[in-house]
Design a protein around this ligand. Structure first.
Ligand SMILES: [Zn+2]
Length: 148
């Protein structure tokens, strides 16, 4: 039981608390940092789980990255990939859907790719989600090489 952020050994209480809250192993200091993020940005739990799963797979992402207009749940800046976790996927309204599409258009125009992942996919298929993101990152890398 080690903190995924600092590698410090976790106490039983620390482990229980961070697993209960986020399903990832964090020491108190680093859990409080995530608490703060969730409080100020309403970061979905699944974004945090995905962030650490990506980190484990060697992909450096950023949580709540500010793209100049809005905060993106997860961003992999090296390949200009933004990842949004949809928490209300089942109840998406047509207004939200057109806003999402517009947002995707704006990010494409500035060279970013945005993918939206329903939170249940992260919850039930975390490994597959990471594998697919790895594939997307590889694909984007190849495209960037072609352009530059
Ligand atoms: Zn820590």
């Amino acid at each position: 039981m080690k903190c995924l952020e600092c590698n410090n050994k976790l106490t039983h209480a620390e482990h229980t608390k961070s697993m209960e809250n986020y399903g990832v192993e964090l020491c108190n200091r680093h859990r409080l940092r995530i608490d703060q993020l969730v409080l100020t940005k309403s970061t979905p739990k699944e974004a945090i789980q995905l962030y650490y799963a990506l980190k484990e797979a060697g992909i450096a992402a950023m949580l709540e990255w500010w793209d100049g207009k809005k905060s993106v749940d997860l961003a992999i800046n090296r390949v200009k990939l933004n990842i949004e976790i949809d928490t209300n996927y089942n109840t998406i309204t047509h207004e939200q859907a057109i806003l999402d599409l517009e947002e995707a258009m704006h990010s494409f125009k500035s060279g970013f790719t945005t993918i939206r992942i329903p939170h249940v996919v992260v919850k039930y298929y975390l490994k597959d989600t990471v594998k697919n993101i790895q594939g997307i990152v590889e694909g984007l890398k190849v495209n960037i090489k072609v352009i530059t």
